[in-house]
Design a protein around this ligand. Sequence first.
Ligand SMILES: CC(C)(COP(=O)(O)OP(=O)(O)OC[C@H]1O[C@@H](n2cnc3c(N)ncnc32)[C@H](O)[C@@H]1OP(=O)(O)O)[C@@H](O)C(=O)NCCC(=O)NCCS
Length: 190
Amino acid sequence: MHLELASAGGPVPLAALAVAGVALAPPTFQLRGGRPSDAAAIHALVEAHLDEGHLLPRTQSEIETHATRFVVATDGDRVVACAELAPLSSAVAEVRSLVVAREARSEGVGRQLVDDLVRRARVQGFHTLSAFTHGPAYFIRLGFSLVPHHWMREKIVADCQSCALFRRCGQSAVVRSLTDAGRGGRLVGA
Ligand SMILES: CC(C)(COP(=O)(O)OP(=O)(O)OC[C@H]1O[C@@H](n2cnc3c(N)ncnc32)[C@H](O)[C@@H]1OP(=O)(O)O)[C@@H](O)C(=O)NCCC(=O)NCCS
């Protein structure tokens, strides 16, 4: 249905359309690479969703150091979503700190962030993109597969062995192959 936003009496206020139950265009979000100046906003997003996402706590200075590994989504000036491409080895990278603010959800922002990390990971020569999560179903929607933790030796060496919750964290390991050769084959790190 074509919707006229102006009538004989002049423009119709958007608020009136919303009250009338007319669906308005969803907000648009722009993706861009992270910058050191985004560190405070990314840190605040991660902190606000630590429990919900079972996220790894991050410090603002660590985020600032690795700001360019992040992709962020903004609704203008405000950062509403973030995700980091963190290397685990020369072949395997990890999706870290994936968060979409509640008001920006179910608009495909999370998928776009992960798609962008996939693109960046390929450009940087990684063979496998991994994630460690309490919500594997979301990643499976995005083309990842569940794998046994011990396939991900890089993650175990880099983070798990020194973690107080080693072997009892309840997280699932998921991976997405970034090479055609990797489809259906044994993954790097296995
Ligand atoms: C998970 C998260 C990043 C999804 O962001 P998003 O921008 O809403 O995602 P998309 O728009 O790409 O996809 C939304 C769809 O995924 C579904 N979804 C969200 N979380 C899910 C989960 N844990 N398992 C399965 N499906 C999930 C939604 O129900 C929605 O389904 P619909 O399209 O049928 O309505 C967001 O909910 C979030 O930030 N959660 C808190 C932090 C977190 O859990 N991070 C991941 C930890 S590894």
